[in-house]
Design a protein. Structure first.
Length: 185
């Protein structure tokens, strides 16, 4: 220790080699990362070297090294936690902002495609679908109004629903692509 206090680098190298494995094991247990473990050990020994004139006041050097190492590892974890929290907050803000815009655009495009799909239906299917979905009429009421059987109404509604779902599914990728391109500019 006296040689290190006087600036003897060879003695400092021996001290480093003597304690490296012990500290590496303890720090790695906390950090689970080899590179960061080595960085903490480097920081600890840099502090020892910078404060070498105070080495004579340390009565339990090994204990001192362990405390410095543990604190260094915990500081890395705290720093990571703060960074991740900041990143999460930033990304959440970005997602919230973009989700609001995207949802409105997706809904508009979805309804536009839905209207288009309904317009393409044959006249009778279109009437049945509109009365059922928009007017909330029951099968019996639709059948009476259009002079159809209840089974015909069910059949028209089923075919119309399948046709509309296929139309929307076919155009689903274009909706997403439209929104992505629209918001990229």
């Amino acid at each position: 220790m006296k040689k290190i206090r006087r600036g003897d680098q060879a003695s400092f190298g021996l001290l480093y080699a003597q304690y490296f494995d012990m500290l590496a094991g303890e720090i790695f247990f906390i950090l689970k990362d080899r590179t960061r473990t080595e960085e903490v050990i480097q920081d600890v020994f840099c502090k020892i070297w910078r404060d070498r004139d105070k080495l004579e006041t340390i009565s339990n050097f090994e204990g001192y090294l362990r405390v410095l190492s543990r604190n260094g590892a915990l500081n890395v974890l705290k720093s990571d936690l703060r960074r991740r929290k900041t990143e999460q907050n930033y990304y959440q803000e970005q997602v919230n902002m973009s989700v609001d815009y995207h949802e409105v655009d997706l809904q508009k495009e979805h309804y536009r495609l839905l209207d288009l799909a309904i317009e393409k239906l044959p006249a009778q299917q279109k009437k049945v679908y509109q009365l059922s979905r928009f007017e909330r009429m029951k099968y019996v009421e639709i059948a009476k109004q259009l002079n159809l059987s209840k089974e015909s109404v069910k059949s028209y509604l089923k075919i119309a629903t399948v046709t509309i779902k296929k139309h929307l599914a076919y155009h689903k990728d274009s909706i997403v692509c439209f929104i992505f391109i629209f918001h990229s500019f």
